[in-house]
Design a protein around this ligand. Structure first.
Ligand code: DX5
Ligand code: ZN
Length: 211
């Protein structure tokens, strides 16, 4: 499957080397976790870090906006070729924002938390290139995987039946075992932070890619 390393787990001291290593090992995108300390109980990075990462990366960056007002910030993470994920649970009109992004030519994805049913976003999928299904509650790396196989299966069946192009990506607690579970349920892409960056980066990306 396709692998999107969650880059805030990389070493700040070795970021350039680790970015290159991820790319050479076959990653198809970087996953940038943006947290505002309000939508989730943690704070990570913002637009300046995105610009920095953009300047040293050769592959797509997908920014996962865990912020209260994605409508105010998405454009800062939206250079051509990149993608911005917005949470269905953000207290804004997500359909309105997805339509606006489409009108502006911004590649968009929609995210759902583990306790949000798929039915809430089925009507939004035509505006989203990727449906990101959380398999942990957002906020921290290194949490235990929550089995969301039924939801992945439901989404994958819906996408196929309706002839949509939306890809399914899964985020949280992904390792060589859980990647197999989500792949079998119908996922196309996995995000991984702690599994990739706590071991040999190239080996682990290759292992996930081969699943
Ligand atoms: C959680 C983030 C995830 C996280 C994944 O809030 O959205 O992308 O960094 O970390 P691992 O792979 O360690 O669960
Ligand atoms: Zn994420």
């Amino acid at each position: 499957m396709l692998v999107s390393p969650s880059i805030v787990a990389a070493s700040l001291l070795k970021i350039q080397d680790q970015v290159r290593e991820c790319e050479n090992a076959g990653s198809t995108s970087f996953h940038l976790d943006v947290m505002d300390g309000n939508f989730v109980p943690n704070i990570t990075v913002g637009p300046d870090y995105y610009d920095f990462l953009r300047s040293i990366s050769r592959i797509r960056i997908e920014s996962h906006l865990m912020v209260m007002r994605p409508d105010l910030y998405y454009s800062k993470f939206a250079k051509p070729g990149d993608l911005v994920f917005i949470h269905y649970e953000s207290p804004i009109n997500t359909l309105g924002l997805l339509k606006r992004m489409r009108d502006e030519g911004v590649d968009a994805g929609i995210v759902i938390n583990p306790d949000t049913p798929f039915s809430k976003v089925s009507d939004l999928l035509e505006y989203a290139q990727i449906l990101l299904i959380m398999s942990v509650y957002p906020g921290f790396s290194g949490q235990k995987f929550i089995d969301v196989s039924d939801k992945i299966h439901e989404a994958s069946t819906f996408i196929r039946k309706n002839g949509l192009k939306t890809k399914i990506e899964v985020d949280g607690g992904i390792n060589d075992n859980t990647a197999r579970i989500v792949k079998n349920a119908g996922a196309d892409i996995v995000v991984s932070a702690s599994y990739i960056f706590s071991g040999n980066i190239s080996d682990r990306i290759r292992i996930l890619s081969s699943i």
